[in-house]
Design a protein around this ligand. Structure first.
Ligand SMILES: NC(=O)c1ncn([C@@H]2O[C@H](COP(=O)(O)O)[C@@H](O)[C@H]2O)c1NC=O
Length: 517
């Protein structure tokens, strides 16, 4: 007797070709749900509708189509178990050899702007996952395919093995099927938890990390660490949707640095003027705003040209020829920008090893960040607090001019993206000294000042956390710094303010801290 395949697919890609091969090459009979049967019949293929096969019509507008003992009995029966065989015979049920299902497009639906809850719920597939899970459970006897990308592999296995597939192949398909339904349910649960309106909605009770391998990376932070890049969601977003115009494969460290660069450059919206950032090991070594993108990049590069070698560059506006020429003057690992002109692409093509990426959504990142610890993981809301200088407190006798306030805001936006303890010294919307990741704050001040040299005269200084003592203020003043921005909140704030007044400095307290660990 011919073998039986059940086909019920939402995405009809490759369906007809698969079904033709099943019927013509492997003598399958086809049973399909309404829309799938229609597509197959329109292609001239013999197909039995599920409703004819079960004798039960599709009801509730398609909510119940394949949920029937004649379908699920045929999928779940153990061929080697006499009791199961008797049940099949007694109930006139034929076993299935193949189940091909893909699910209602839930994720694509919720990705659409302004989708309503009832619209989303309508796209929660019930019968499909039931078929997939049943077939995957019984993979000892049948195959399950849940994505069109699997069809060719299935057919080639059948062709190579005289119309059979190996138990290993069926098992691999079952594993993919369970990952698939798990990710599907995860997307539903995540969406529904977003609908809960309490203030903790972004950090729900349960958090499941779900992603599929986008790319096996050559290695992790170091060559002895295996690493993989996982993509969340079925539609590529963020870096998974970026276009790489040239250059070698992205590495683990490239991606970590690129994400740090993206977060930083997102502080500077393109419409507020050109900005450029050069990063090394996630810390900015040079950041600048300029009248043009080329000027911003030159300023950022010159801020610390030694560290910029081998750096990651993020630009907030499309790259044109002048900026491209400037970018070719040193060795850079990666450049990311929202766009790049054809002329600029031609210039950058000279740098064969440079990875050039286009990411139009530079300011769109994850709402939460997650980090693994022994026995669990930590999740927090991303530090995307929008600075509002009208909330700042000017605590010294000397008050900042509008120009100094602008420089303070610039340094403050940058220091947020430097590993703690962090100090940024800035001048004319350019960083001139960065002290990153120090174990004491005055140490970070000294490193930043050392780099700034005599350029510290008249500069501004930003500190990501408060000053526990007045030593940082005194050190900065001695080097010529004229204005300081910091969160405040130390029990000894008064000491720092007093020192600032004594030394003729301006001090601004933001009330917001930006530690980055
Ligand atoms: N309700 C059911 O019994 C049921 N059985 C299969 N489906 C889904 O219906 C879709 C195919 O429907 P159609 O063949 O009518 O185009 C597939 O995405 C499949 O996963 C169902 N739909 C939803 O739950």
């Amino acid at each position: 007797m011919a073998r039986l395949a059940l086909l019920s697919t939402s995405d009809k890609t490759g369906l007809v070709e698969l079904a033709q091969a099943l019927v013509n090459e492997f003598d399958f009979e086809l049973v399909s749900s309404g829309g799938t049967a229609q597509t197959l019949a329109a292609a001239g293929l013999p197909v039995t509708k599920v409703s004819d096969y079960t004798g039960s019509p599709e009801i509730l507008g398609g909510r119940v189509k394949t949920l029937h003992p004649r379908i699920h009995g045929g999928i779940l029966a153990r061929r080697s178990l006499p009791a199961d065989q008797q049940d099949l015979a007694a109930n006139d049920i034929r076993p299935f050899d193949l189940v091909v299902v893909n699910l209602y497009p839930f994720e694509q639906t919720i990705a659409q702007p302004e989708v309503t809850l009832p619209e989303a719920i309508k796209q929660i597939d019930i019968g499909g996952p039931t078929l997939v899970r049943a077939a995957a459970k019984n993979h000892a006897y049948l195959s399950v395919l849940c994505r069109p990308q699997q069809y060719d592999l299935y057919l080639s296995q059948m062709r190579e093995n005289n119309g059979e597939v190996s138990p290993q192949f069926r098992q691999a398909c079952a594993l993919q099927a369970f990952w698939h339904t798990a990710a599907y349910d995860q997307a539903i649960a995540a969406y529904l938890s977003q609908q809960v309106t309490d203030e903790n909605a972004e950090l729900p009770d349960r958090l499941t990390l779900s992603g599929h391998q986008r790319q096996a990376l050559r290695y992790g932070e170091n060559p002895h660490q295996p690493a993989v890049w996982y993509q969340t969601g079925s539609r590529p977003e963020g870096w998974a949707a970026a276009t790489k115009l040239q250059g070698k494969e992205l590495s683990y460290n490239n991606l970590v640095d690129l994400e740090a660069a993206r977060r930083l450059i997102a502080e500077f919206p393109a419409e507020q003027g050109a900005a450029a950032a050069v990063l090394k090991h996630t810390n900015p070594c040079g950041v600048a705003q300029g009248k043009t993108l080329a000027e911003a990049y030159e300023k950022a590069f010159n801020a610390d040209s030694v560290s910029a070698f081998g750096g990651i560059v993020a630009l907030n506006q499309p790259i044109e020829a002048e900026t491209a020429t400037a970018l070719t003057k040193t060795f850079l690992e990666c450049v990311v920008a929202p766009d790049c002109s054809a002329a600029a692409q031609e210039i950058l093509a000279q740098k064969k090893n440079l990875r050039l990426l286009l990411l139009p959504t530079l300011n769109q990142g994850p709402a939460q960040t997650v980090r693994a610890i022994a026995g669990g993981f930590l999740a927090q809301a991303a530090d995307d607090y929008l600075e509002d200088p009208s909330e700042w407190q000017i605590v010294t006798e000397k008050k900042p001019t509008a120009a100094i306030l602008e420089d303070l805001l610039f340094a403050w936006r940058v220091v947020k993206h430097v590993k703690s303890n962090a100090i940024v010294i800035g001048r004319d919307r350019t960083t001139i000294g960065v002290g990153a990741g120090q174990m004491n704050r005055v140490g970070a001040v000294k490193i930043a000042l050392e780099q700034a040299e005599d350029r510290a005269e008249g500069a501004t200084l930003a500190s990501d956390g408060f000053f526990p003592f007045d030593d940082s203020v005194r050190t900065a003043a001695a080097a010529g710094v004229q204005a300081i921005i910091q969160p405040g909140g130390s029990i000894r704030d008064e000491d720092s303010i007093k020192a600032a007044n004594e030394l003729g400095l301006i001090m601004v307290l933001t009330g917001i801290r930006h530690f980055l660990h």
